[in-house]
Design a protein around this ligand. Sequence first.
Ligand code: PGA
Length: 252
Amino acid sequence: MQRRPLIVGNWKMNLSMARARSLARGLGRSLAGETFEVEVGVCPTFVHLSEVAHLLEGSSVRVGAQDCVAQSPGAVTGGVCASQLRELGMKWVLVGHSERRAIFGEGDDLLAAKLGAAVDAGLEVILCVGETEEQRRRGETEAVVVGQLRGALRDGPSQSPQALTLAYEPVWAIGTGRNASAADVAEVHATLRNAVAEVFDPDTAASLRILYGGSVKPSNITEYMEIEDVDGALVGGASLEVESFLGILRGV
Ligand code: PGA
């Protein structure tokens, strides 16, 4: 099954508006002159979404959000809901990033609700899973990532699987420069694909993209992309500069 690679930059809560603008312009310009075999996206912070989407209009870079609430429009002070993101033209939303799990205490119930709300609103979801260093040391990696997957998909096959992408992001590899070994990534991705086959069906598992995230950079992307079950990357730090992000796209 041919899966088109996907590289998504997760800008997190970085960048001033001025820097977000110049990064968006730089990416738009650079990508216009080159052709890549990959689908490319960026996820800026909420307050930069409209502007970045506007600057990237007509380019091949798609824009998504880093989070949404589970509720429909209404009395949720500080919230941003999925239908509002869709209205802005967003393609994706990240759900379950480890920083949301750790900093905001987001767990399975909430993430399942967010995932359902996002899919219902017509967004695609990049569902992030990953173990902590302690969990890996205790040999729990497989149980943790499959548990997170099943937890977020507990509403099961009613969630349209074609709207779903997975991202395996070991927590200890995020922002640390300690990227996971190719062997570890291959093992976890294969485990996740099997779990998807059980939750949905083998055809869905064969067509679903699974990204790796955690200290991805131009010098290691090629090694990951050679792994059969790796279909792209979710990139944090290295997505904040045009050159390093382009270096990753060229290395796919
Ligand atoms: P990193 O972040 O590339 O800076 O490690 C990845 C992520 O958190 O999505």
